[in-house]
Design a protein around this ligand. Structure first.
Ligand code: PLP
Length: 361
């Protein structure tokens, strides 16, 4: 199987797996303690969690703290529903290409919703007006379907000037790019070679939140429930590794991306060719039936639009927002390249996908 779906999830890095193993905590070990228990076993587990937290904090700008959550979806819910403007009915502004974790949550808030426009390149208009009552702005750093890098720095500047809080969904940026400045930032371990089932919300010092989950008061009272030291350790190791390898990984992506453009020369790239991460190629071909292509090429794992939405059968909101027709969106595939993808795998994938697509006419 050739895995080209790294925006959906990434394999666990061997280093992350090794960091997790000790904390899986078999009955024959002393590493199964509850990190919130006061005895020695608990303290050891707590130390593993805090070491992991330091490693995750290092991904972010200075001046904030990390709250571990079960996913980025949970982190985004905590940010949007837990902050004062989100709770009090202030206006909310998001882009037209946010992940459902932001879009659905923003729609559920009591305040009115403004959707900021996106251009044909897949870039949010950083100068678009928003109403005076907007107290909360949420825009992603990198889009999960088309890989475009959003003008998050400018939007944060404007939010600050307007007295609004700025939330950034950095799920697709974390571990690949320096994370953009914001008031709150959500990430997910499984998108940067860490384990599934753990995410984090970074909160700038001074930003007040109310919990969504109440109970034992863990995570500073903001997210009750016993943490998994194994998941935390895996996320911490993955963060440390991603930071250490950021340049090397980016160079690898540059090389793979350039090769992919040669191999898929008969396809058109969706979204900006310039303002994008190189690990994403969202490609289209006139008249292509992606469902048929997927059933014919079963040995390549790729996605039709967003993996999160591809089961729904609905056309992609993101591809519609950049002005593609329903037919163009239906003829689009997403290839997601990763740290462990080789050029040979890409060549083999092209040798399978290109003739199958061409045979459709
Ligand atoms: N935001 C973006 C941009 C994503 O790509 C995803 C996952 O696909 C999420 C949020 C949700 O992340 P999680 O799977 O950790 O809930």
């Amino acid at each position: 199987m050739i895995y080209l779906d790294h925006q959906a999830t990434t394999p666990l890095a061997p280093e992350a797996r090794a960091a997790m193993e000790r904390w899986l905590g078999g009955a024959d070990s002393t590493s199964f303690g509850n990190p919130h228990s006061p005895h020695r076993l608990g303290r050891q587990a707590e130390a593993a969690v805090e070491l992991a937290r330091e490693r995750v904090v290092a991904l972010f700008p200075a001046g904030g703290r990390v709250i571990f959550t079960g996913s980025a979806t949970e982190a985004l819910n905590l940010a949007l529903r837990g902050c004062e403007p989100g709770r009090s009915g202030a206006g909310v502004a998001i882009s037209g290409i946010e992940h459902a974790a932001v879009e659905e949550t923003a729609r559920a808030l009591p305040g009115s919703l403004t959707v900021l426009p996106v251009d044909a390149d897949g870039l949010v208009d950083a100068e678009a007006d928003w109403p005076h009552d907007v107290g909360l702005v949420s825009v992603m750093q990198v889009n999960n379907e088309i890989g475009t890098i959003q003008p998050a720095a400018r939007l944060y500047e404007r939010a600050q000037a307007a007295g609004a809080l700025f939330v950034c969904d950095a799920v697709q940026a974390a571990g690949r790019l320096p994370i953009a400045a914001a008031d709150m930032i959500a990430i997910s371990a499984h998108k940067f070679y860490g384990p599934k089932g753990i995410g984090a919300l970074w909160v700038r010092d001074g930003v007040e939140l109310q919990p969504l989950i109440t109970g034992g008061g863990q995570e500073g009272g903001l997210r009750s429930g016993t943490l998994s030291p194994a998941l935390c350790a895996g996320m911490g190791a993955a963060a440390e590794l991603a930071l250490a390898r950021m340049e090397e990984d980016a160079l690898h992506m540059d090389r793979l991306f350039a090769r992919a453009l040669e191999l898929f020369a008969g396809w058109q790239l969706n979204g900006s060719g310039e303002h994008r991460i190189r690990s994403n190629l969202n490609l289209r071909r006139t008249g292509l039936d992606v469902a048929r292509l997927m059933s014919e090429v079963r040995t390549v794992a790729f996605s039709a639009g967003s993996a999160c939405a591809s089961d729904s059968g609905k056309p992609s909101r993101v591809l519609a927002a950049i002005g593609l027709s329903a037919a163009e969106a239906k003829g689009s595939i997403r290839l997601g390249l990763g740290r462990y993808t080789t050029e040979a795998e890409l060549e083999d994938a092209a040798a399978l996908l290109n003739p199958a697509a061409a045979a459709q006419g």
